[in-house]
Ligand binder design. Structure first.
Ligand code: MG
Length: 159
């Protein structure tokens, strides 16, 4: 059985780097605002996987009202969520992700980020797709006020 899930997230930017994205610290003069480490990409991946397995969502699993989640490494969220997905009998087939950020250029960091996500999930980097887009100077992303991420996840369950 194959199932698909979709995850989306956005976070506001704030002055001061580095930018935490995909479990990697990217050198930049801005970072993202959030209760945890505000890793917009890992949040989208986490929700895509949970959705594919028909489980809850990241907000209910790791509430931002819980002090334990303050400043927390979002790799923890993803690892714990994928453990629940696996406990429900599913394995990842592949992820495909898009990050929309006016700055910095993420393409040079693409391979490192894919490697890191694969490492968190215990899968091959060939199972992780990642594309970087800009906001074309339009809207909150284009003005550099926020960064957005989207992810689709395909999972499979054995007979
Ligand atoms: Mg988030």
């Amino acid at each position: 059985m194959l199932r698909i899930g979709l995850g989306e997230d956005s976070h506001r930017t704030q002055p001061g780097g580095p930018l935490r994205i995909g479990g990697v610290n990217v050198p930049h003069d801005h970072s993202l605002v959030g209760h945890s480490d505000a890793d917009v990409l890992l949040h989208a991946v986490t929700d895509a996987l949970l959705g594919a397995a028909g489980l809850t969502d990241i907000g209910r699993l790791f509430p931002n009202t819980d002090p334990a989640n303050r400043g927390r490494d979002s790799a923890d969220f993803l690892r714990l969520a994928y453990a629940q997905v696996q406990a429900a009998g599913f394995e990842l087939v592949n992820l495909d992700c898009v990050v929309a950020a006016e700055r910095p250029r993420l393409a040079p960091h693409n391979d490192v980020i894919r490697q890191r996500i694969a490492e968190i999930l215990g899968v091959s980097p060939t199972q992780i797709g990642l594309k970087a887009k800009t906001g074309e100077g339009v809207g909150p992303v284009g003005r550099g006020e926020s960064i957005e991420a989207r992810c689709v996840a395909l999972v499979t369950k054995g007979q």
